[in-house]
Design a protein around this ligand. Structure first.
Ligand SMILES: *Cc1c(COP(=O)(O)O)cnc(C)c1O
Length: 858
């Protein structure tokens, strides 16, 4: 293939229509229906033909049409009004600017790094949940006025497009994107030349990247693009595909994202005067090298030692882990990583051993030859979190080995449950119906979401039917297109007219196809499934979609198995696999499905978000109690598929869970859906929808999620970062010196002996007096906390339900010996146990486990 250099020439708009440029380039249109309607009104057919892409629409209008539009006073006035509305949205004070958000402790700017961003189908720079979440994070930050700047890569081909062969095998294509045709602006130097970021590669090579800016409402998203003339051919390909290639290609992508990303932020601030970020948030471990780059900066510019710079960086970094599946974590050969930080790439003050130590699996069960990006994320992030309560718990267990000596419950990983951006995912008609009744979708705390009496049964059922009907129409056209691609002739496709029904209970299942999500669980008993689909009275229809990772043959086999079943002439009117799941498809799929099915292998789904999008449209969830559903299922907002936790035979576990799923669908879901009153309305079903909207509605929104990040992670990180910075970084130097002294002295620290006293018969409410005699060597009593750890004694002689009490320093003997004492209140009956331990104490430690040092009484 010839390397054809292509570019898109953008239209120059007449002066009266200039504002259309900003309206098209600012992606707020993707969640602002009135702006989309304005564009659609220019030429509805063309708007559909360009799949609702404003930049493409404007590019396709000839000069004549533009002249006519410019002379249309009413249209020009609408453009002006829309531009003013956008202007207000971009500048007015919002939640973050109000006292409610927390005031002066808030960071001036937060940098948010992610390997993918799913904002609109027009900008296909995502593969699945991680990217969509990042997109929703930026949009909600914009709605709340949170000053975030996003950092990512611009992939030449984005993620692949999925099609099927005749016999149901997934095939991938990678349509090349042209940045000039996308809603992006090239970042330029004052002289007009493209701004350039560089990262050194081994062997004296240099990786160059241009910067593109996507305006996500108030949030600028900077995307690094290596496909530039300054690069050699190999370097041009670094950003060719999302998660393309393996090993070194991926490492280079992550170096560009992390190291190049920080440099991009510096360029952005220099050119726009934007405040430098005070907090850095890395969405999954891929961007972890951003911490190494910030250490390098501090070493070079402020003369800090590596360990001092590390403290300053850690304090202001937030790391979010997204996977409970070890295979989902990026790991590189440590030797490969070493090449990028040594030899001709060595940097004074940033020794390669120290970089390697950040990602080293130097703990029980680790592989010393590998460099682990999640481990680096945890070591560089002063604050870390999982993405649902359950996932936080699973993560604490998964990474416990990094904090030996501490209980799983003390592993410093918290959780913020994911959320979704309502205005992106709620059907615009449903939204319109809800406006003023489902009041604000922007309130950070979600209050006033839906008054239960705000909508009549008739209205609610009628909009649900409309949305189902719209999905059926779209699904038919996708089925037809897919069969045409698979080689069927129009004459064979008459049945598609009748495929699916706008009146039948519709169950949706769409997500990526890794094994743990169990796409084919529903096929465990094909006859049982067939019976449910073709039931004469209470039929069910299934709409399924999902892409398998191109290298995952097993995932492709699952898709094929499902497609072959769905191809069957006896069921194809009730079950369909729609190829090429993407944001565009998702936006009709969620509103159109009555029930959203999710059957992962618990607890491998970190959060899951598609079910949240369904619930905001009045869909009911039918799901394994995993991720967010484990937290918020309440018995009335959907159904929990019982899990066969503990059954070790995987096939048997699948069979048990599938049988439970069939039973639920038949006896509860379908039974209730088809249970109608004299008006033909499913009243109990509608009651469940109301309950879902009013209780889940506020919780599942990404505004709630972003507000949680601001208050529980960004604000504390900003405070910690400022304390260590202070202009001269004295705090960071002192903390590093203190940690080093504590480490040196720690071997001398011990609990010498413990005295305690309680009455003969201990009763609830009694005090337990504890006095501990300890040796602290060269440390002073204020360097440590001597704690009583108490709880319930379990059958295996461990403590559960741990609580701690800090003892107070009583007296110092000579030679580093001290006594500490205090009273534990026995606040519960039953087997009580306690022990005494010593941990380091410093106001700058984010958790007692931070240093991984603990001495227990023997
Ligand atoms: C929401 C969404 C996802 C993620 O869904 P999960 O339930 O988290 O798997 C993936 N792809 C698209 C297109 C989505 O809209």
């Amino acid at each position: 293939m010839k390397a054809i250099r292509r570019f898109t020439v953008r239209t120059v708009l007449p002066a009266a229509l200039r504002d259309l440029d900003e309206l098209a380039l600012n992606l707020r249109w993707s969640w602002h229906a009135p702006t989309r309607e304005l564009f659609a009104s220019i030429d509805p057919e063309r708007w559909d033909a360009v799949n609702g892409d404003p930049v493409a629409l404007l590019g396709s209008l000839g000069p004549e049409r533009l002249t006519v539009l410019a002379a249309d006073a009413a249209f020009v006035a609408r453009v002006e009004a829309a531009a003013q509305d956008l202007g207000r949205y971009l500048t007015e004070p919002r939640w973050y600017q109000s006292a409610a958000a927390g005031g002066s402790e808030l960071p001036r700017t937060i940098a948010y790094f992610s390997p993918e961003f799913g904002i609109t189908s027009v900008l296909p720079q995502y593969s699945g949940g991680l990217g969509i979440l990042a997109g929703d994070h930026l949009k909600s930050a914009s709605d709340l006025g949170v000053p975030i700047v996003g950092v990512g890569l611009l992939y030449g081909a984005g993620y692949f497009k999925q099609a099927l062969t005749r016999d149901g095998w997934q095939v991938e294509t990678y349509p090349v994107l042209d940045p000039d045709g996308l809603p992006l602006t090239l970042v330029r130097e004052e002289d007009g030349s493209p701004a350039l970021v560089t990262v050194d590669l081994p062997g004296g090579r240099v990786l160059h990247a241009h910067l593109w800016m996507a305006a996500v409402g108030r949030v600028p998203l900077l995307l690094l693009d290596s496909n530039v003339p300054e690069n050699d051919d190999a370097a041009r390909k670094v950003t060719d595909r999302l998660y393309g290639g393996g090993g070194e290609h991926r490492l280079q992508q992550e170096l560009l994202l992390g190291v190049g990303g920080v440099r991009a932020l510096r360029v952005w601030s220099r050119l726009t005067g934007a405040a430098e970020p005070e907090v850095y948030h890395t969405n999954e471990g891929h961007a972890g090298f951003l911490g190494v780059e910030r250490i390098r900066e501090l070493v070079a510019a402020k003369g800090l030692e590596f360990d001092e710079a590390l403290e300053a960086v850690r304090a202001a970094t937030v790391f979010t882990t997204h996977t409970p599946v070890p295979a989902g974590i990026d790991r590189f050969e440590a030797d490969l990583v070493a090449q990028y930080f040594s030899g001709s790439n060595a940097t004074a003050g940033v020794p390669v051993e120290k970089v390697l130590a950040l990602g080293a699996e130097d703990y029980a069960g680790g592989d010393p030859t590998l460099f682990n990006m999640a481990v680096m994320g945890l070591r560089l992030g002063g604050r870390a979190n999982g993405v649902s309560l359950l996932h936080g718990e699973v993560s604490r267990g998964m990474f416990n080995a990094l904090w030996p000596g501490f209980d799983e419950s003390e592993v410093p990983i918290s959780s913020v449950t994911n959320g979704v951006h309502a205005l992106t995912w709620v059907d615009p008609r449903f939204q319109a119906l809800a406006d003023g009744r489902f009041t604000s979708t922007e309130a950070a705390d979600g209050t006033g979401w839906l008054r239960p009496d705000a909508i009549t049964d008739d209205e609610l059922w009628s909009i649900r039917r409309t949305m189902r009907g719209q999905l059926v129409t779209e699904a038919r056209s996708r089925i037809r297109a897919s069969w045409r691609e698979r080689g069927a002739s129009p004459a064979e496709l008459g049945w598609v007219e009748e495929a699916l029904s706008p009146e039948v209970l519709t169950i949706g299942f769409a997500r990526r196809v890794p094994t743990y999500k169990r796409l084919t669980l529903m096929l465990s008993d094909p006859e049982r499934l067939r019976a449910l689909l073709t039931d004469p009275d209470k039929p069910v229809q299934l709409i399924i979609a999902g892409k398998s990772h191109p290298a995952d043959e097993q995932g492709k086999r699952l898709i094929q198995q499902l497609v072959r079943f769905a191809d069957g002439a006896d069921v194809r009117h009730r079950i369909a696999f729609l190829p090429n799941y993407d944001i565009g498809m998702a936006q009709t799929l969620y509103p159109g499905c009555d029930v959203w099915l999710n059957n992962p292998l618990r607890p491998l789904e970190a959060s899951g978000t598609s079910g949240m999008k369904s619930s905001l449209n009045g869909g009911l969830n039918l799901s394994i109690l995993d991720g967010w559903w484990d937290e918020w299922f309440d018995g009335k907002n959907g159904w929990a598929i019982p899990t066969a936790d503990g059954v070790t035979d995987a096939d048997r576990r699948d069979d048990l869970e599938a049988a439970a799923l069939y039973d639920l669908i038949e006896h509860q879901v379908a039974a209730r859906f088809y249970d109608r009153d004299e008006r033909g309305l499913p009243v109990t079903w509608l009651e469940m929808i109301r309950h879902t909207l009013s209780t889940l509605g506020p919780k599942v929104q990404a505004t709630r999620m972003v507000a949680d990040y601001v208050q529980h992670l960004y604000a504390p990180a900003a405070v910690a970062g400022r304390a260590l910075d202070g202009g001269d970084l004295a705090g960071a130097r002192k903390l590093a010196a203190w940690k080093s002294a504590v480490r040196a002295a720690w071997p001398q620290v011990r609990v010498d002996h413990v005295e305690s006293g309680v009455g003969e018969v201990a009763q609830v409410g009694d005090p337990l007096h504890v006095r501990a005699h300890v040796s602290l060597g060269d440390l002073s009593p204020s360097d440590v906390e001597v704690q009583v750890v108490h709880g319930t004694v379990t059958e295996s002689d461990d403590l559960s339900n741990l609580r701690t009490l800090a003892l107070v320093h009583d007296e110092a003997y000579e030679a580093g010996r001290h006594a500490f004492s205090g009273d534990v209140t026995l606040d519960a009956s039953g087997p009580f146990g306690y022990t005494v331990r010593i941990v380091p104490k410093h106001s700058a430690l984010a958790s007692i486990a931070e240093m991984g040092l603990v001495v227990n009484a023997s």
